[in-house]
Design a protein around this ligand. Structure first.
Ligand code: ATP
Ligand code: MG
Length: 583
């Protein structure tokens, strides 16, 4: 199913998306059919009225004028209804696509969004989504209108005046062919333009995030130049795209004008030759420009259609990336206590990596005990914790929680039993209280305060301008590393889950923070199954079991004393202060 979807063109997939709204495309087609009938009727009335006034020199009947006015009003009303319908449904389609995309990104886990450039993703979710607006509000209704109007008008004119019908029949596909020809060329350019714009956004975000690094290395001028060069590249490609858009508009205008001229010429000749009545000729002459009008306006919408398709292409690429298909056993429940995790023969490769990040890892994290992981930088400690957290899936081997394979446990249940304290905790643009409550949405202020007291965070929070209601800006830039850690520990207290996975900060904290961290951690790990990537000797000493990672493998296992006695990697590692923090 997925590969079949991938072969399908972007345009077809976008139409299919619009088609997913029940009855939407059908109602657009019906409105277009009605509109076409009104246009034919309106032009007919007009030709009769003009014929009466100028050829027969008689005043047109009142009923004719009323009908004509009615046709004008009905036409305007139908156009308005069609636009409104298109806009309303576009909001629905865009929001469904946005949700699908965002849901997919969340589903893929942190590893996927780390691999994709953040700037490009943000650009896709904002600018890309915006570009689709014109596609759905203008381009799709235009295409449908052309389809319906062409068939109805050509069939009608064929019966009314076959020669004019034949010209319409032959020229309409020719115009569409020109448009397709220019479209394939313009499509490549708009894709290129989209890529340049994404690269520019990504570059800009990268520079903004790294502003301190750039400044300290005196690279701000060079970076400003690089950003300006990228913008210049974008400007150049945009000019090219605009030239093509202009050209395609012109070609369509020209083709439509020539076609109108051809119809007018043969009608004119037949009028002079007396082979055609004045009213009939006038009717065809009035109807022909109406027939080509949507083709000409498609020329204008074509450009926005191309832009929308270029953005959609990237969206579909993301949606098509292999989605792990979890197939959990419904109703699978884990106990509130005594959780055990077993890792069996696990290998893990990062995509495109030459060496495995983990090799033949076999171990267990015992219930209610503290297991510490030590090891040199790059030895695979974080990767191992990500596997237990379910952020990554093992290449080979299996992870069992209380004997149940991890993939059989629903994600919600797995997340319920694990509290995670990352090395660099993330905070959102919300108040301290709301940020903490993410861990337990039922918690009230008193419970949040209690958790903060246990985590040693209460004191500094109360000294903030609005205490617990102080707004934290993006990733809590106003807080120090130690303060963020304490908030992360408070979150774990609030979650009160039977398993705790913690990546200790490797940076040195001030003695007060250090002491607070140590006592808060000691309190937190009580009676929980705990796995700590340890950078502190205090944690290591306390551990029931230490697993020493080396080049993706568990090289040694034991407690502190037994490992020191072994005089192996661990003993050397502990005697080298500074490696990965204190340890
Ligand atoms: N997203 C990634 N893509 C490719 N390779 C990665 C990725 N993340 C980590 N690696 C590689 O996998 C190996 C293990 O990395 P990991 O982050 O697990 O090490 P670590 O033991 O946690 O190190 P540290 O103590 O510095 O945090 C390293 O060689 C690293 O370069
Ligand atoms: Mg790490």
């Amino acid at each position: 199913m997925q590969s079949q979807e991938r072969k399908e063109s972007v345009q077809k997939r976008l139409f299919r998306l619009a088609g997913e709204i029940p009855g939407y495309l059908r109602s657009l087609a019906l409105l277009s059919a009605l509109l076409t009938a009104i246009i034919i009727f309106q032009m007919y009335l007009l030709s009769v009225v003009v014929n009466d006034v100028f050829m027969l020199h008689k005043a047109p009947g009142n009923h004719m004028l009323y009908l004509l006015a009615g046709a004008f009003v009905a036409r305007a009303l139908l156009v308005w209804v069609r636009e409104r319908k298109a806009q309303q449904n576009t909001v629905r389609i865009r929001s469904a696509l946005r949700c699908k995309l965002f849901g997919h990104l969340l589903n893929q886990g942190p590893h996927f969004s780390q691999r994709e450039k953040t700037g490009e993703l943000v650009n896709l979710l904002t600018e890309g989504d915006e570009k689709l607006d014109d596609y759905f509000t203008k381009y799709i209704p235009s295409i449908i209108h052309i389809g319906v109007l062409s068939v109805v008008v050509i069939v009608f004119v064929f019966f009314y005046d076959w020669l004019s019908g034949l010209i319409l029949f032959l020229t309409a596909p020719l115009i569409l062919f020109f448009m397709w020809l220019i479209g394939t060329w313009a499509g490549k350019l708009t894709s290129l333009q989209w890529n340049k714009m994404s690269a520019m956004s990504s570059h800009f975000l990268d520079a903004l995030q790294g502003i301190k690094t750039l400044k300290i290395f005196n690279r701000n001028r060079a970076e400003a130049k690089a950003v300006s060069d990228t913008s210049d590249g974008f400007r150049a490609i945009t000019m090219k795209v605009l030239r093509v858009a202009f050209l395609s508009g012109m070609v369509l205008e020209l083709a439509a004008s020539i076609s109108i001229a051809m119809v007018a010429l043969q009608v004119g000749i037949r009028l002079i030759e007396g082979m055609m009545g004045y009213q009939a000729g006038l009717f065809i002459l009035l109807l022909t420009p109406e027939f080509y009008l949507p083709f000409r306006s498609l020329g204008q919408h074509h450009h926005s259609g191309m832009e929308g398709a270029a953005a959609a292409k990237k969206m579909f690429q993301i949606l098509d990336t292999m989605h792990r298909q979890p197939n959990p056993v419904a109703g699978c429940k884990l106990p509130e206590k005594n959780i055990r995790m077993d890792v069996k023969h696990v290998d893990f490769y990062y995509p495109d990596a030459a060496h495995p990040a983990l090799r033949k890892v076999n171990c267990s994290v015992e219930p209610g005990k503290l297991t510490a992981i030590a090891g040199h930088t790059g030895s695979g400690k974080t990767t191992f914790s990500y596997l237990l957290l379910g952020f990554l899936q093992p290449g080979t081997g299996q992870i069992l929680i209380n004997g149940i394979p991890m993939e059989d446990i629903p994600e919600k249940e797995r997340n319920r039993i694990i509290a995670y304290v990352p090395q660099h905790p993330h905070f959102f643009n919300m108040s301290v209280f709301e940020n903490l409550r993410l861990a337990n949405t039922q918690a009230n202020l008193d419970q949040v305060k209690e958790a903060c007291i246990k985590a040693g965070a209460h004191h500094f929070i109360t000294s903030l301008p609005q205490g617990y209601h102080t707004q934290l800006n993006e990733n809590a830039a106003r807080l120090s590393g130690g303060e963020k850690q304490r908030l992360a520990i408070a979150r774990a207290f609030l979650k009160d889950a039977p398993v705790l996975i913690m990546d200790e900060p490797s940076s040195h904290l001030d003695p007060e923070s250090e002491e607070l961290m140590a006592s808060a951690t000691a309190e937190l790990i009580k009676e929980r199954t705990t796995l700590i990537i340890a950078h502190r000797l205090k944690t290591i000493y306390r551990a029931n079991k230490i697993m020493v990672f080396d080049k993706g493998q568990i090289a040694e296992t034991g407690n502190h004393e037994s490992l020191i006695a072994k005089k192996g990697i661990y003993a050397r590692f502990v005697q080298q202060p500074g490696e990965g923090g204190e340890v």
